[in-house]
Ligand binder design. Structure first.
Ligand code: HEC
Length: 343
């Protein structure tokens, strides 16, 4: 091969490599609804993660490291192929191939520990669907055989480990939940108090819409739309962040922690501390005091907290609150910054 021809071949190869790299990047959104980290043993084909081999490593690992969680995905494998889903890397669910896409979903409550790491409550499955297989309120006494880790913990990532490939996974989600108030059944399959509880995140979202908060507040990241109030995406994080405000009359500027206390004050007495614009043409200037105060007759403290549970979901994954919180709409507990920071 002449020097020219070699250079030409190299250039073509580079272009091919770049193009397939870009194609891989372009394909990434096709795997949207992908709860798992990239893994070289798995490729993205038609929006599904597929492995031909039988990986000896950990297989797919979720991006999120969670305590209580809600998982959903579909899997497909030929008869004879199989894998195991380990929630928290410890509790196993067998995934057996039958040639079709099989839906799997799980609502899982993590084990509870005291500060000295003594286990107070076993982990349990609120509900699991695996194809036609259904399990409810099943207590899990300890890690399954073949688990990644022997001991138990408050939280952990989930895995799919393939025993016999090929295996494909699509439409995966693995989201944080809060099942703190769901009581363990007395024995596996027994009733829990779940019917007495409601999802406060959903309730908060409804309340937010019904009271017309949406008329002035955007809730999507980087929304180009204009509104009279601040965009609330990324404001209330599980690890509260600082926020600049201007105190009403004197125009005194300072930073406050955007936690539950700030939420309650913003809703009850919006004009007391005016939020300063963090972006856009009015960046650095306080917003106008146009938000009406919402008194207790219109909105209870507990409803504000439910709105807070909803607003905490409006974040990038690392700062996001649980997407589901099963609880009673009790009178608000006094604000506890320590508990807030530890969530
Ligand atoms: C008429 C428009 C309007 C309505 C309706 C409204 N807000 Fe506001 N809101 C504003 C404006 C303007 C600000 C910024 C000035 C201030 O801090 O009072 C604000 C500030 C806030 C803040 C602080 C934001 C930040 O970035 O620090 C929160 C939280 C908030 N509103 C929540 C709500 C909730 C919850 C509702 C519904 C119950 C609601 N707002 C209804 C206009 C509105």
């Amino acid at each position: 091969m002449s020097g020219n021809a070699r250079r030409h071949t190299l250039a073509v190869l580079t272009i091919v490599a770049l193009t397939s790299f870009q194609a891989a990047l372009a394909q990434a959104p096709a795997a949207s609804g992908n709860a798992f980290r990239d893994n070289p043993d798995w490729s993205v084909t038609d929006g599904a993660l597929t492995t031909q081999s039988t990986p000896k490593d950990r297989g797919l690992v979720t991006r999120a490291t969670l305590a209580d969680s809600i998982t959903a995905f579909e899997y497909r494998a030929p008869a004879g192929a199989r894998a195991t889903f380990f929630v928290q890397g410890r509790y196993a669910f067998e995934l057996v191939g039958n040639g079709n896409w099989v839906p799997f979903s799980l609502r899982f409550r993590a084990p509870r520990f005291d500060p000295g790491y003594n286990k107070l409550e076993n982990a349990f499955v609120l509900e699991m669907h695996n194809g036609a297989d259904l399990r409810r309120n099943a207590i899990i006494e300890g890690p399954s055989t073949g688990a990644i880790w022997g001991g138990e913990d408050r939280r952990g990532p989930a895995f799919i480990v393939v025993q016999q490939g090929p295996f494909a996974v699509r439409n995966s989600r693995h989201d944080g939940a809060d099942f703190e108030q769901v009581k363990l059944p007395k024995s596996s399959g027994g009733e829990t108090n779940e019917k007495e509880l409601q999802d406060l995140v959903a309730l908060g979202k409804n309340t937010f819409t019904q009271l017309g908060c949406e008329a002035c507040h955007l809730v999507e990241a980087d929304s180009a739309a204009v509104s009279s109030g601040p965009n609330l995406f990324g404001l209330f994080r599980t690890d509260p962040r600082n926020r600049e405000v201007v105190e009403g009359g004197e125009g005194h500027r300072f930073q406050i922690k955007a936690g539950r206390e700030y939420l309650h004050r913003s809703v009850r007495a919006p004009a007391e501390q005016l939020a300063v614009a963090e972006s856009g043409p009015t960046k650095g200037q306080p917003y106008l005091p146009v938000m009406p105060p919402f008194p207790r007759e219109t909105l209870s403290d507990a409803q504000i907290d439910a709105i807070g549970d909803y607003l905490a979901t409006l974040n990038e994954p690392q700062h996001r609150g649980p997407l589901t919180k099963l609880a009673t709409l009790a009178p608000s507990a006094p604000y506890d910054p320590l508990a807030d920071a530890m969530q």
